[in-house]
Design a binder for this molecule. Structure first.
Ligand code: PLP
Length: 400
């Protein structure tokens, strides 16, 4: 019998790690590798935020804080939720953790019993299903289609709900597709949830501010106020403020749930980094004008990548509304053979051959629960994107 727990045995190692490790090995061996795998902005954290952190250090804000966040940050979060989302929350309804990832994990850990089902639209952020498994629940994937820009429909949601369903995890704009649900599309889903009062919604709004071409971000409790009492609204500073390393995420929801999440955190990590919390106060309360400036850069890069990928025979790449990812469909490349002789039987073969033969690192679609696709993160320089897409074009042109 294994020394390791049965729960852990149900969890897969991160499929993205294999790609990253392989890319590092090839780079170390001298190959010119272009990484399009990273899920973080390439911009530096803004100066005003860094200055707030320095001030926190200099004024001794370096001790334990309240387990789930300082009051100043909870107030800043409430002000943000009001300002951006029209949602009223009290600091007692807010929990701050070491990244959005810990927020989601705490919530699942605090609520899932064996047999509880959690509906996860696919393609999904790699961590959702495994977090559900770690928390003892059962992930239920519902596949979006290319024809619907990878979004799920109300009928699909309705069909997936059972008496055991506990949560719907909702993520818009999405990692890995960048797809965003319009107000009407989300309303169709919240209408379904209204008919099933035992189902709660955990909305991961991490890419809220990365929304393009006039796309209007919306979140479930705003679209359907009747769901307020069974919605956990999750967000963070990692992506919008280029603060992935600072590790601050947060959630707002019913007090009983927030208290339960605090209990999980109090017996595991305690408070998130004190200095990062003061930096996050500045991120949320300070100037927001660079968000629009960053988005101009992201739109330019998105357009470059989408158009270069769509020029390839066998590749179809929808234009996403937000985030910094695209998720091209490569059905037309499956079954072919690469120049170096690799038979491409699935998207993992495609990504491996692409990396080995051209040095371009992407993450294959199976990792996100929908194939055959791959994910490109375009949070890297225009020059690198141009070169990478040119290599992808050459690689695909040589498939026979
Ligand atoms: C959809 C989504 N949710 C949550 C997270 C986690 O963010 P954080 O770095 O704040 O833990 C990520 C990070 O990649 C993400 O893509």
């Amino acid at each position: 019998m294994s020394f390791l727990s049965e729960t852990l045995a149900r969890v897969k190692p991160s499929p993205t790690i294999a790609v990253t490790t392989k890319a590092q090995e090839l780079k170390a061996a001298g190959l010119d590798v272009i990484g399009l795998g990273a899920g973080e902005p390439d911009f530096d954290t803004p100066e005003n935020i860094k200055a707030a952190a320095v001030r926190a250090i200099e004024t001794g804000k370096t001790k334990y804080t309240a387990v789930d966040g300082i009051i100043e940050l909870k107030q800043a979060i409430c002000a943000k939720l009001k300002r951006d989302n029209g949602l009223d929350y009290d600091p007692k309804q807010v929990s701050v953790s070491s990244g959005g990832k810990q927020v989601l994990y705490n919530a699942l850990k605090a609520t899932c019993n064996p047999g509880d089902e959690v509906i996860i639209p696919a393609p999904y952020w790699v961590s959702y299903p495994d977090m559900v498994l770690l928390a003892g629940g059962t992930p239920v994937a519902v596949e979006g289609t290319l024809a619907n820009n990878f979004k799920i429909t109300a009928d699909q949601l309705e069909a997936a709900i059972t008496p055991k369903t506990k949560w719907l995890i909702f993520n818009s704009p999405s990692n890995p597709t960048g797809a965003g649900y319009s107000h009407d599309e989300l309303k169709a889903l919240t209408d379904v949830l209204l008919r099933h009062p035992h189902v709660w919604v955990m909305t991961d709004d991490m890419y809220e501010h990365l929304a393009f071409d006039g796309f209007e971000f919306c979140t479930p409790a705003q679209v359907e106020p009747k769901l307020y009492d069974r919605t956990l609204t999750v967000n963070g500073v990692s992506k919008a403020y280029a603060m992935t390393g600072w590790r601050i995420g947060y959630a707002a929801g019913p007090v009983e749930l927030i208290n339960a999440m605090r209990k999980v955190q109090s017996q595991s990590t305690s408070n998130p980094c004190s200095i990062s919390q003061y930096a996050a106060v500045e991120a949320l309360n300070g100037p927001q004008d660079y968000l629009a400036v960053n988005n101009e850069t992201f739109v330019r890069r998105r357009n470059l990548v989408v158009s270069m990928l769509n020029d390839i025979d066998g590749v179809t790449c929808p234009t996403p509304e937000g985030a910094f990812y695209v998720y091209p469909d490569i059905a037309g490349c499956i079954g072919k053979t690469s120049k170096a002789g690799t038979v491409i039987t699935n998207d993992e073969d495609f990504a491996t051959a692409l990396l080995e033969e051209t040095g371009v690192a992407v993450v294959f679609g199976a990792a996100f629960g929908l194939s055959p696709n791959f994910r490109v993160s375009y949070a890297t320089s225009d020059e690198a994107l141009l070169e990478a897409c040119t290599r992808i074009q050459t690689f695909c042109a040589a498939l026979t």
